[in-house]
Design a protein around this ligand. Structure first.
Ligand code: URA
Length: 437
């Protein structure tokens, strides 16, 4: 079919619908390099404003899958995958994937880079010297066979259209759209050939879904796509009104994930790891129910089996294991600015998006497509919502590379905190669940 991209952009801009054939031609054209970035960016922006119906979203997902190969993992038994829709300080994959693999369920994970103000697992893992995130499909399969876990980037052959669109959306303000997120996440899950997926749908200021209603809508869209492709899907809706855990920034988050694998993680990260891990084990049919799943995850933390699996993963992908054994060896920022409480008060709120944007300004994320990132920088929160901080006590440390924009980033972190003289309840982490059978 002759593709008139401008016409498709204009139709979507004006609120019209595209046929499955048109969507397929657009996506495959973009993937092949025939449709330029600027037209795809304009199209994505039109989708952000006008949305897509279920048939268009299904066609978009199917086209992304078709842009590359689809793996068959059936020889590994039931393979589970996990994905987060993106948040600030979300290092859950780094903890939960090795724990679940240590419990005997194969984990095949293709992760992404930072998107907008949210961090990305690949960028975090690259803080570990030598860690490769560019495994080929053959390497991916061989490693899954050998050690039962892979955490790598999307190979060039898997949903390549999503890989390209993802990088484009990151720097064109076109991330927050239910059809774009749902198709992006699910195309990867379908292409990778997992049998079940546990999705963490983040809700709040530090997420692309700002309220529970839109998070539910996104969850339903992803479950519907999964079911149509024969995947078991669980979506946990979780709070992102404040960053997850204490660390935000690549090296800092690796260190926190390692602490969590040693059973010394912050309470919210540990809770989320247990919930997601238990569900992954249920979906992999390794345990009867979530109680048994929680027990298995706790055991894998206490025995050190999860940490050992993480070490094995890092070694298998060429990473410097000495950094895992001694996180003090991870890249460290040359300067740390401590923020102290001007008066004794309770933390009433921590704007997760502002902490995320401050981290991007510090160099921990990208302002433009392809920008290099600084793995050393970021923020460590010493207080979370509900904590009482005494006057003069530090409530956050900002890890700085010594760049001109540092002062603005520090001010942003300071302004991200809201204070109250009255006691403030802690936030609920798990807000809901939508799942296929
Ligand atoms: N994660 C993805 O893989 N894609 C998105 O669009 C957002 C989060």
């Amino acid at each position: 079919m002759r593709l008139r991209v401008v016409e498709l952009i204009e139709r979507k801009r004006d609120g019209g619908k595209l046929s499955p054939d048109e969507i397929t031609a657009l996506v495959l054209g973009y993937s092949a390099g025939d449709v330029p970035d600027y037209q795809m960016a304009a199209f994505c922006m039109a989708v952000v404003w006008r949305g897509m119906d279920a048939a268009e979203t299904a066609a978009l997902t199917a086209a992304m899958v078709r842009s590359g190969e689809r793996l068959d993992l059936s020889r590994f038994g039931r393979v589970v995958d996990k994905h987060s829709t993106g948040g600030v300080g979300d290092k859950t994959t780094l903890v939960v994937a090795p724990l679940v693999a240590a419990c005997g369920a194969p984990v095949a994970k293709m992760s992404g880079r930072g998107l907008g103000f949210s961090g990305g697992t690949l960028d975090k893992l690259e803080s570990i010297k030598g860690y490769r995130v560019d495994l080929t499909t053959a390497e991916f399969l061989a490693q899954l066979e050998r050690i039962g876990i892979v955490v790598t980037g999307q190979t060039a052959d898997l949903a390549p259209a999503d890989g390209k669109m993802y990088a484009l959306r990151d720097t064109t303000g076109t991330v927050p759209s239910i059809p774009l997120i749902a198709s992006s996440v699910m195309s990867k899950k379908i292409a990778v050939g997992a049998h079940a997926v546990v999705l963490d749908v983040k809700v709040g200021s530090g997420a692309f879904m700002k309220d529970v209603r839109s998070a539910r809508e996104l969850a339903r869209a992803m479950v519907a796509i999964g079911v149509a492709h024969g995947l078991a899907v669980t979506c946990e809706l979780t709070d992102m009104e404040q960053p997850l855990g204490r660390a935000v920034g690549n090296s800092l988050e690796i260190a926190e994930a390692i602490a969590a694998l040693h059973g010394e993680g912050p309470p919210d990260l540990t809770q989320l790891t247990r919930v997601a891990g238990a569900e992954m084990l249920v979906r992999a049919r390794r345990v009867r129910d979530s109680r048994a799943g929680l027990g298995a995850i706790d055991k894998a933390i206490a025995s050190g089996a999860g940490f050992a699996k993480f070490r094995e993963l890092v070694a298998a992908q060429g990473g410097d294991v000495s950094m895992v054994d001694d996180p003090a060896k991870l890249p460290r920022a040359p300067h740390v600015q401590s923020l102290q409480a001007p008066r004794t008060a309770y933390v009433a709120g921590i704007a997760a998006d502002e902490v995320g944007i401050a981290s991007v300004h510090l160099g921990a994320g990208r302002e433009k497509k392809g920008d290099p990132i600084d793995h050393r920088t970021g923020v460590v929160l010493h207080a979370k919502v509900g904590d009482r901080v005494e006057r003069g006590q530090p409530y956050a440390d900002v890890h700085l590379a010594g760049k001109p924009g540092d002062a603005d980033a520090i001010a942003m972190v300071r302004e991200a905190f809201r204070w109250s003289v009255r006691r403030v309840p802690r936030r609920r982490l798990v807000l809901g669940r939508i799942a296929s059978r």
